[in-house]
Design a protein around this ligand. Structure first.
Ligand SMILES: [Zn+2]
Length: 486
């Protein structure tokens, strides 16, 4: 397809809030691992005569999130009924706040290919999630455990010009949700879901093309792939003069087939007949919350951490990005830093991103699942700095620190590990090696005369390491070897 089309993408993002109870009843909001329909009560099932009660925490978190995204707080909003029939919605209406949202506007700045871009939000509203249908063996089963889970919907303006921008925005949103501690935001588990609207228009054109909505996106990579697929599909239709075959419609993303499939046209769109929920009072946030106080509760967000890590700690941008991408890792790192100077901080960052992350990945663990006090990592790095242990031994000590929960000092003491930096002791070992390996000595001298250096030097270092069980200080060994080999 040609490159003459501008891509216009908007997102509708759903984030489940990780409150203790559901949106309008006292049911446990965490149904993970529980049997179907075991966490559902007459309120979430919409039995006649039941009355919903607003979960104040869910409201508070929605405002917290909106304030973090620079939204404007509406002075008042109503919960409302959105009527439609679907088997996973026994009430036959969903309680939402879509048409009178509590939060309006807002924006989020993100770096795309090294360039800062600002993406704007149309509104954020709060609603309840529906239940789930499980299709198997030719029939469908209903599970209402999810019905009534607080759900925030973030509707963006059509500001994204590439699938990558949309993906980066979603990823940053996920980080913010986790930084605020209001959602697990795991896409694979459906805590965070997203629909993408996409249309193409010729560059310079004012009018938008027909908008296609893509549903069933459950990972960041499928978001990007689904949008890429639609760009290609719509672009090819436009190129071949079949623009009228692009319909304003909903398409589902089939991840296995790697394509979008038409689900229903907009002409089938429901008339939801919204009206204010008669069983719930209007919400006046200024009366219910201390909004200024909430603003102050917003912690340092990922963008702030990335900036501070580079400016104050002097670590690289890539390292800062990775550290700030995981709030738990970032907290661990900051605690490990504990006021050390830039050179030590850089080394701590290397350990966190290298050995520590490698270990966690290998074992499939999160940082919260191991018992490593951050100060123990700092102590280990300081021991290497002082020359008490070599970097190589430190790697072994580190694994023992994680697995046994002991400090580096304890392990070194118990196992008698100590870097041998005693020059006299090392000179004796080197002297013995030289005396016993005259062939290598001659080879070394020949090489040095011809090339100025010799691979035999490393062989000698290896022998010293062997003789000291890896505990010799390598730089001192090197010095002594050069001196004695002449
Ligand atoms: Zn319930």
């Amino acid at each position: 397809m040609s490159n003459k089309y501008e891509v216009i993408i908007g997102l509708e993002i759903h984030a489940q809030l990780a409150t203790a109870s559901k949106m309008f009843c006292g049911c446990n909001n965490n149904a993970e691992g529980k049997s179907p329909n075991s966490v559902a009560c007459p309120v979430c099932m919409g039995n006649p005569g039941t009355l919903p009660v607003i979960n104040k925490k869910a409201l508070e978190w929605t405002y917290l999130f909106g304030l973090a995204l620079n939204c404007e707080v509406a002075p008042q909003f109503n919960f409302e009924r959105k009527q439609y029939f679907y088997p996973d919605l026994p009430k036959a209406y969903q309680i939402t706040s879509q048409t009178t949202p509590p939060l309006i506007g807002g924006h989020l700045e993100i770096e795309v290919d090294g360039e800062k871009k600002n993406f704007t939000i149309e509104h954020i509203h709060l609603e309840e999630d529906a239940g789930k249908l499980i299709h198997s063996g030719g029939h469908s089963l209903v599970d209402l455990n999810r019905a009534g889970t607080p759900l925030m919907e973030i509707v963006t303006n059509p500001d994204f010009r590439s699938p990558l921008e949309a993906k980066l925005f979603m990823q940053e949103l996920q980080r913010i949700l986790r930084y605020l501690g209001i959602s697990n935001a795991d896409m694979e588990k459906g805590h965070l879901r997203c629909d993408g609207n996409i249309s193409l228009r010729e560059f310079g054109a004012e009018k938008f093309g027909k908008k296609v909505e893509i549903k069933n996106i459950n990972s960041f990579s499928s978001l990007e792939r689904a949008l890429e697929y639609e760009i290609k599909r719509q672009g090819e239709l436009l190129d071949s003069g079949k623009g009228e075959e692009i319909f304003q419609e909903t398409r589902g993303w089939d991840d296995a087939k790697g394509k979008t499939i038409s689900q229903r046209g907009k002409e089938m769109a429901h008339d939801y007949r919204y009206f204010p929920e008669p069983d719930l009072p209007p919400v006046v946030p200024a009366e219910a919350f201390d909004l200024e106080g909430l603003k102050k509760q917003i912690p340092e967000l990922p963008s702030g951490k990335r900036k501070r890590y580079v400016e104050d700690f002097g670590i690289g941008k890539t390292e800062a990005d990775i550290l700030a991408s995981n709030i738990e890792l970032a907290r661990f790192f900051e605690e490990a830093v504990g006021g050390q100077q830039a050179d030590v901080v850089k080394k701590i960052a290397n350990w966190v991103l290298g050995d520590l992350s490698g270990y966690l990945n290998d074992k499939g663990l999160g940082i919260m699942e191991i018992k490593l006090p951050p100060s123990n990592l700092r102590d280990l790095v300081l021991l290497i700095e002082k020359g008490d242990i070599s970097g190589k031994i430190a790697k072994e000590v580190f694994v023992k620190m994680i697995e046994g929960g002991k400090s580096s000092a304890q392990i070194i003491e118990e196992e008698g590990i100590k870097q041998v930096s005693d020059t006299g002791e090392l000179e004796k070992i080197v002297g013995d090696l030289i005396a016993g390996n005259q062939g290598q000595v001659e080879q070394y001298r020949k090489d040095v005369e011809a090339n100025g250096n010799s691979p035999v030097l490393n062989w000698f270092v290896g022998q010293v390491m062997k003789a000291t069980r890896g505990q010799a200080n390598p730089s001192i060994v090197m010095e002594i070897l050069k001196k004695l080999l002449g």
